[in-house]
Ligand binder design. Structure first.
Ligand code: SAM
Length: 329
């Protein structure tokens, strides 16, 4: 179990909240939290959202109203965490409390100090190499600091492009160089039905559609609902594209002429090469006869052997800046 979640749950038990409604931002199931009857859960990542639903939590697309207690288990980007503090503040009922859970390696003490710029801290608990720290709103939060954090929450346009992103999504501040290399190497001959696995905010899909006019439809599969919302805006409205909030590791609903992907290899903070391999297994199972898989990966990732074990032949067609582009069939 996520140790920051354990620490958050521990802090809540040590410092019981009043019985008012609870909002859990970045929710994950936990035996001591999942059955709080008044708990509303928000989780942008599909695998974790499904886990919350399976645990019987009340999951919402976008919370509304005010809450006495806000639990916040942030992602890993600085802007996302600070913007999340402001968002949590705006959901707090008068006399409410925000409790944040973060791993020490994710900068727990630094973000604890950040929160104390806006509001006096109520308590801090250290456990499991993580911290949970709390601030209430019985005294008003510093307006200037809140204003800074609200600014960070705003969608941004990437420099010299018209791509829109939001904090917290993969590569929120630049085009990923691996994806740029794959986009450059995608052949204009791609045709028919194409899937983009882990489509993020839509860079590869838009590049493929721009390059290969014989693509009849492209399906974007992405676990992060915030990235997918950006992808909807980053592809032209008339693009033959459909958008799926989907955990790719659970398989795809149909087969494809071509699959493109820059597979993830992290779960939260931790390196997770098995996640990348799971993407490739799903891709191999979802190609039509004669279909091709086009992927980019960090050079050191051992994907060729895995592709071979799946019965695919692979060729490295480009290498640059520590990345390799592989075509498999
Ligand atoms: C390396 S990024 C590539 C993003 C995008 N294709 C690009 O080129 O910018 C991998 C993407 O996979 C998504 N992802 C991670 N786990 C996933 C899963 N289980 N199912 C679907 N997408 C997932 C991440 O949110 C991230 O957007």
């Amino acid at each position: 179990m996520n140790p920051a979640l354990e620490t958050l749950a521990f802090a809540l038990l040590e410092h019981p909240a009043d019985s008012g409604p609870v909002l859990f931002l970045g929710a994950e199931p936990h035996p001591k939290l999942s059955d709080i009857p008044s708990l509303t859960a928000w989780q942008p990542l599909k695998p974790l959202a499904s886990a919350c639903e399976n645990a019987g939590m009340n999951l919402v697309e976008e919370p509304c109203g005010k809450f006495s207690t806000i639990l916040f288990l942030p992602g890993k980007s600085k802007d996302e965490i600070l913007a999340g503090f402001a968002r949590a503040h705006d959901f707090m009922a008068p006399g409410g409390t925000l409790i944040v859970g973060l791993a020490n390696t994710a900068g727990a003490s630094r973000f604890e100090k950040e929160l104390s710029r806006a509001a006096p801290l109520q308590y801090s608990v250290s456990k499991n190499k993580c911290r949970a720290f709390a601030a209430g709103n019985s005294t008003p939060w510093d307006d200037v600091v809140l204003g800074e954090w609200r600014e960070l929450a705003k969608p941004r346009i990437l420099l010299d492009t018209d791509f829109l992103t939001v904090p917290g999504v993969f590569s929120a501040d630049h085009i990923d160089p691996g994806s740029a290399l794959l986009a450059e190497k995608l052949p204009p001959s791609l045709y028919g039905r194409v899937a983009d696995l882990g489509a993020g905010w839509g860079y590869l899909s838009r590049s493929a559609l721009g390059k290969a006019p014989k693509i009849a439809r492209i399906d974007l599969f992405e676990a992060d609902t915030r990235a997918l919302a950006c992808a909807r805006k980053n592809l032209p409205v008339e693009a033959p594209a459909s958008f799926h909030w989907h955990d790719v590791t659970t398989g795809l609903p149909e087969k494809y002429d071509h699959i493109i992907t820059n597979p993830p290899f992290h779960t939260g903070q931790a390196k997770d090469v098995d996640l990348g391999k799971a993407f490739l297994s799903v891709a191999a199972a979802s190609l039509k006869r004669g279909g091709t898989l086009h992927l980019v990966a960090n050079r050191q990732l051992p994907y060729e052997a895995h592709l071979e074990s799946l019965g695919l032949r692979s060729r490295i067609i480009a290498e640059d800046h520590g990345f390799k582009v592989i075509v498999s069939s």
